[in-house]
Write a protein that binds this ligand. Structure first.
Ligand SMILES: [Zn+2]
Length: 322
């Protein structure tokens, strides 16, 4: 018996086919329609339905490239289940290269949203109703915010055994436990009983090669773990380190920060992470690690105000597993 078609936003996708669909976001003030592009891959065999989403923060575009490459790797003819891919959720922020919506609202703080709320609230509701509700599981791709860069990492509720299993299966260098933020997609999805992983890697407005590669390989491994696809050429993971808490090392004074460590490096408590001084080198002080950990992110701009986050540490990470 052949598998039935999958209906999505007015498009009917037969089993074994990939089709483009659209979600109507809004009209621009000029009157032009602005739609959220969606790719639906409806596998020929039954299986889970998952979503892949990028650019909820419009300038965090690394997920756009990850999703493009993942879709190229999936053979929809042998796919078990359905993939709903939304590479650019915040279409307004994406074209403006901005994290926010035009009203400066943060889409990832506007869930679950409502049909009559702000633009951010309405787009959140649309994405939740049309995409998340129809899925069993999801992967949402982000990059460092503001002027920050991140080691490729998975964030999620690691106290949930299945979430932890999928985070480790993703096979990135790091998985960190994080509580959900109020108004985030993760929180809204969890309340609907939809497990999800959040990927972080690279910096805004860039395709970091390291982050893209980790995101593509990891997503293909998760599809394999969910028995949706078999990707022969995914590299074996080098082993994921699991951390249960994170901490920012902040600038003890304003100045120019020169960093002595790099992403992915292990540091000891009290280790010098860099120095901060005035522009001509006066008032130089050393910035030390307040705890042992793994460098999971850092500021990109050397110009720091007192209290700015300089280096983000994943505390006490496990040895590479599983
Ligand atoms: Zn983000």
């Amino acid at each position: 018996m052949s598998r039935g078609a999958f209906d999505f936003a007015g498009t009917s996708i037969p089993a074994g086919r990939r089709e483009q669909a659209e979600l109507h976001a809004s009209r621009l003030p000029t009157g032009s329609e602005l739609a959220i592009p969606v790719e639906v891959l409806h596998g020929s065999r039954p299986g889970p339905t998952i979503w892949l989403s990028g650019a909820l923060h419009g300038d965090e575009i690394v997920g756009v490239e990850i999703i493009r490459q993942v879709l190229e790797e999936i053979d929809v003819g042998s796919l078990a289940g359905t993939v709903i891919a939304v590479p650019v959720v915040n279409v307004f922020g994406f074209v403006a290269e901005s994290r926010y919506l035009p009203d400066r609202r943060d889409l990832n703080r506007s869930f679950p949203g409502s049909k009559t709320g702000s633009l951010a609230s309405q787009i959140a509701r649309l994405f939740l109703d049309e995409v998340v509700q129809r899925c069993d599981f999801g992967l949402d791709f982000h990059a460092g915010s503001d002027d920050r860069t991140n080691l490729p990492q998975i964030r999620g509720d690691m106290e949930d055994e299945e979430t932890r299993r999928l985070a480790i299966a993703f096979g990135g260098p790091l998985a960190v436990h994080s509580k959900t933020i109020r108004g985030s997609l993760r929180e809204a999805a969890r309340k609907l009983g939809k497990r999800n992983l959040l990927f972080e890697g690279g910096e805004p407005r860039r395709f970091s090669r390291r982050a893209v590669d980790a995101g593509v390989e990891g997503t293909l491994r998760v599809l394999e773990t969910l028995r949706m696809s078999t990707a022969e050429d995914t590299a074996p993971p080098s082993g994921t380190r699991l951390s249960w808490a994170t901490r920012w090392v902040r600038a003890p004074q304003g100045g120019i920060f020169r960093m002595d460590v790099e992403l992915g490096e292990d540091v000891q408590k009290g280790q010098v992470l860099g120095s901060i001084s005035g522009p001509s080198g006066r008032n130089r002080i050393r910035v030390k690690a307040s705890a042992a950990g793994l460098v999971m992110g850092h500021a990109v701009s050397p110009i720091a105000h007192r209290g700015d986050g300089l280096v983000h540490l994943a505390l006490d990470p496990s040895p590479p597993g599983p």
